[in-house]
Design a protein around this ligand. Structure first.
Ligand code: F6R
Length: 611
């Protein structure tokens, strides 16, 4: 949530700042800004409401009129508003005296701090301006910029990732983090700052990931790491393994469509080296659990938010089918963190997150760890905070997910959970035969998804046009299709803004069926299994009340509905994942038909690093 960039060294800082902000725009897009200090030691602050392209226009117009000066240092920000409406005034960087500051996170005690600061005239509604003013008030002749930042942070309650520069010290960017990611890119006589590694691609592949409670003084040719009591820390330089292709649209109209369509290959990466069809075994290497420890697991708690939570719910069904004597809870992280929950001793927690930075999920992870429970991550972004704080786990290797709505991560998360279930079942003595069908279906899943994304797009787009005019939708499914229905409704609402609800099919008659009228359409999910006839009865009940039903199914049997997509697949257990891919495409085409900004839907941002 929000993106931070910074650059100090020999090259034109602005080029990196604008390029980096474009890459980070998916983290927030209601305003953007940069400040640079030139070789003349003058600061230029540019901010614009709206997307980074607006800021870029401003930068170009200044370039045309101003005398050229090399920007040796600069910081920038793309914002997702928390305190204060989206406006140019509230956009970062914020200025106080000689200080310029960009900030991700929330300063919780900003009102108390503001009341104490006397020498600054506040002009914005933001918590960030208070932090800038606080640092400025501590930045006197006897203090270095780093010391002033350090002292200010000791007074702050809340979360932050910050980058600070000053015209009085124009060769250093001071950065710090607590709860909001910050990465330092190490280049040749050039040091970069980013809140997300994708901004660094093409500039450097060497990075230092800052931990909570750490700060750094970044110069063009050096990086000095400290903790908040000013003790030096040695820096670990890691290699970023993301290639440029992965963060480009590659000919697709939107990142969302690209990410839906690349699922065959991203899923192959998830599965690679982890399942063996011939030997009927599955193994996630990074769990850090011995077979004896695996055998002892009696309870699993799964936490995540949004799509990750729904992936966890679907994973629960597979874990239950695979492992006898296992109890499972799946809880939305935003709920669990404040509950007085109790976990039995032999519990393992699975923490699911695409970004690895979601504030609620991270808070749950820390609380669960504090109780002495072993935590395993199911994470996509390599090096992210959750990935670094769990006791073990698995990277799903779905590659960068740029579009705000999560799609390919869901598929990979469900696959990883299924592999975990197989591994757990085998550790507990399940015979090879009982798990072999799961392994075979996992192995076939990428090709089965490929059939949908390469053959069914046009048909789905046509159906989507028919339903794009509605304002309400009800998704329903039974058993494994219940979480899939909720995920389908989430995808539709977040990118098309159609009010959509996902429901357990068997629950419709307990209330929601009252909603059905001509202003609604329904998406009915059915698999040809032992529950098919029951699902069909629910569908008939909706038909009988004049429903406008769109069915997604793998069945060839007769079904009465306005529109049907029949998936041609032999998969049975994992057919819900295929049904979800159809739903993803459906939501995409509905949003396109409604003329929406599919990759950056209103009010949202990728990676929710605030509560
Ligand atoms: C939905 C979506 C969100 C995320 C949720 C968790 O399309 O993108 O619901 O799934 O914010 O994010 P991660 O997985 O990064 O923890």
């Amino acid at each position: 949530m929000c993106g931070i960039v910074g650059c100090v060294g020999e090259k034109q800082a602005r080029n990196y700042l604008i390029s980096g902000l474009h890459r980070l725009e998916y983290r927030g897009y209601d305003s953007a800004g940069i400040v640079t200090i030139g070789t003349d030691n003058k600061a230029t602050l540019l901010r614009a409401k709206g997307k980074v392209s607006k800021l870029e226009e401003l930068v170009s117009s200044i370039r045309r009129t101003a005398k050229p000066s090399t920007d040796k240092i600069g910081i920038g920000h793309t914002r997702w508003a928390t305190h204060g409406e989206p406006s140019e005034k509230n956009a970062h960087p914020h200025k106080a005296g000689d200080i310029y500051l960009v900030h991700n996170g929330i300063i919780e005690n900003y009102k108390e701090l503001k009341a104490e600061i006397k020498n600054h005239k506040f002009i914005t509604d933001t918590d960030t301006e208070v932090l800038a003013a606080l640092i400025d008030s501590l930045y006197d002749q006897n203090t270095t910029l780093a010391d002033a930042v350090n002292q200010a942070l000791k007074l702050v309650a809340g979360t932050y990732g910050i980058a600070v520069i000053s015209v009085r010290n124009p060769d250093e960017i001071v950065v710090a983090r607590s709860g909001s990611p910050l990465i330092i890119g190490v280049g040749d006589n050039e040091t970069y700052i980013a809140s997300d590694a994708s901004a660094l691609i093409g500039f450097t592949d060497k990075a230092i990931y800052l931990n909570d409670g750490e700060m750094a003084i970044c110069r063009g040719d050096s990086v000095e790491l400290r903790d908040l009591s000013a003790q030096p820390i040695s820096a670990k330089v890691e290699t970023i393994e993301i290639d440029m292709q992965a963060i480009q649209k590659q000919g697709y109209e939107h990142f969302l469509l690209k990410e839906i369509c690349e699922q065959p290959s991203t899923l192959r990466s998830t599965l690679s080296g982890r399942i063996n069809v011939k030997d009927k075994v599955a193994n996630l290497g990074g769990l850090n659990l011995t077979p004896a420890e695996l055998r002892k697991i009696e309870h699993v708690v799964i936490v995540g938010c949004g799509t990750a939570y729904y992936a966890g719910l679907l994973g629960m069904y597979y874990l239950e089918q695979l492992v006898d004597d296992l109890t499972i809870d799946v809880v939305a992280a935003s709920e669990l963190r404040y509950r007085s929950f109790h976990l039995p001793k032999d519990t393992v927690a699975l923490v699911i997150s695409q970004s690895g930075e979601t504030a609620d999920t991270l808070a749950c992870l820390r609380e669960i760890k504090r109780r002495g429970i072993k935590t395993l991550g199911v994470v996509n972004v390599v090096g992210s905070t959750i990935a670094r704080e769990v006791d073990g786990g698995v990277y799903v290797h779905a590659g960068p997910e740029i579009s705000v709505a999560s799609t390919k991560a869901f598929t990979s998360q469900v696959a990883a959970l299924t592999i975990f279930g197989i591994q757990l079942a085998q550790a507990k003595g399940a015979d090879l035969q009982s798990v072999s069908k799961y392994i075979e279906e996992l192995a076939k899943l990428p090709d089965e998804i490929d059939k949908i994304v390469s053959k069914d797009k046009e048909k789905i787009a046509k159906i989507a046009k028919r339903y794009a005019k509605y304002e309400h939708a009800l998704y329903f499914g039974r058993d494994t299709l219940y979480p899939v229905a909720m995920e389908g409704a989430l995808k539709l609402k977040e990118i098309s803004y159609i009010q959509a609800e996902g429901y357990a099919a068997g629950e419709l008659k307990h209330g929601p069926i009252a909603l059905i009228d001509d202003s609604f359409f329904e998406v009915a999910l059915l698999i040809d299994n032992w529950l098919f006839d029951k699902s069909l009865s629910t569908l008939e009940e909706v038909n009988a009340r004049g429903g406008h039903i769109f069915v997604i199914t793998n069945s060839k049997k007769a079904i009465k509905a306005e529109e049907i997509i029949r998936i041609n697949t032999k998969l049975d257990i994992l057919a819900p994942v295929l049904i979800n891919v159809v739903q993803q495409l459906f939501a995409y085409y509905v949003a396109v038909a409604r003329g929406n900004d599919v990759d950056q839907p209103r009010n949202l941002a990728k990676s929710v690093t605030v509560e």
